[in-house]
Design a binder for this molecule. Sequence first.
Ligand SMILES: [Zn+2]
Length: 313
Amino acid sequence: MRFNFTPLSLAFCIFKGRFTLAAPAELETQGATTHHFTELSSVNISMMATTPMPKWLSDVTGLKEWPGADPPYIPLDFIDLKAIPNFPPRPAGTCPPDRSSCSFDCFKCISFDDAYTCPVLSQTFDDGPSASTPKLLAGLDHKTTFFTVGMNVVRYPEIYNQIKQNGHLLGCHTWSHKFLPGLTNEQIVAQLEWSIWAMNATGAHLPKWYRPPYGGVDDRVRQIARAFGMQAVLWDYDTFDWKMETSPPSKTASQIFNDVKHWKASGSTGLILEHDAYASTVDAGIEVSKILGTSQMTVAECVDSIDYIKTYD
Ligand SMILES: [Zn+2]
């Protein structure tokens, strides 16, 4: 019954771990928001799915093929949309009139069950799997965390499972990398359920951790994700590694390495945001790994919690 998402007791998962309520001082609210939207162009997604659509998923969805970038909403009996906080959808780049929705992208607001930091300065990689991911896997000699885009998961299932076999932690980064606060409740459910189904059909597990694209999360998004048993993962430090791919490049690898050395010198704790979407960001990730060393943690280790809601291996 792989389609049954019914989560474990939320209390078991949510409160077992290290969480801090204060927002990290290193994050710049407006700067990080503005720049991160440019990451839109860095996500190389398409409908070239190679993971077979399993029968259990066809039975649940009535579909025979994986959907495109706007997946259909499939109602699930354990999600009560009427229980979702009534904060209206807001387009990317806009902010609510007050802080009541606890927006991370606008106000760096952290909720009680968000994971955003780590006792050991540790890398995380978003937007894959990609054709560049195997080089990163070959270059890492410690466990790390990958937040994967569902459409890329079903496009690169062998690479996804290579990540898993190498002992790394896999988390959800939505189905097609949308700015979640801009979507309706039904569209947010669709982004999460299809990405979870992609991970389940490919890697036989249900994710515990998700990273909202662009840091776009508020209490409406969080409450929907909690229905799946998932918790948001944010970050302390952003490498802006994708800026190496803008034209002209607006960041160099040496700038990234200098930033990382500075972060290491100033406390040596926290989560670092990187991407495994490009050869350039993968090469930088391997060098950053050498700077930080092998004591790094996965996100689950950072907060002393579980890797997945459920595994079927
Ligand atoms: Zn992303």
